[in-house]
Design a protein around this ligand. Structure first.
Ligand code: SF4
Ligand code: SF4
Length: 100
C-alpha cells in the first residue's frame, strides 16, 4: 500500500522527468504529494507499491531516500551526482563511470 512517503519520487533517476538520482522531483510538494498528479508521466502512473515501500519507511524524506539508495547500492553514485551539482538525468548519465 502506498503511504505517500515520496521516496519513489525522490530517490530513483527518472528519464521522463530528466531527474537524477537522489534529487526530489520538482513536482513533489513539501507534503510529498505530486503537484501534477493528473498529468504525471506514464512511468509514474505505472509505478506500483511493493515490498520496497515498507523497507524504506523512516520519519523523514531524507532518511527514506537514503534507505532506498542503500537498498540498490546507489549511495555513492547519488553522492557523486550531488557533489558535482548535477540536476539533470541526462548530464548524470554522461558522467564517466566511477572508479571502484
Ligand atoms: S515509495 Fe512506495 S509508499 Fe512511498 S510514495 Fe512510492 S509507492 Fe508510495
Ligand atoms: S511527476 Fe509526480 S508522481 Fe512523478 S516523480 Fe514527480 S512528483 Fe512523483
Amino acid at each position: 500500500m502506498c503511504t505517500q512517503c515520496g521516496a519513489c519520487c525522490a530517490a530513483p533517476d527518472i528519464a521522463a522527468l530528466d531527474k537524477p538520482l537522489g534529487v526530489p522531483c520538482s513536482f513533489l510538494t513539501a507534503e510529498c504529494l505530486c503537484s501534477r498528479y493528473e498529468t504525471r508521466p506514464t512511468v509514474c502512473r505505472d509505478y506500483q507499491p511493493d515490498a520496497l515501500c515498507d523497507y524504506v519507511q523512516a520519519p523523514t524524506l531524507h532518511e527514506r531516500v537514503k534507505r532506498y539508495l542503500e537498498y540498490f547500492g546507489l549511495e555513492a553514485e547519488a553522492q557523486r551526482v550531488a557533489t558535482l551539482g548535477i540536476v539533470s538525468f541526462k548530464d548524470a548519465r554522461r558522467l564517466p563511470l566511477a572508479k571502484t
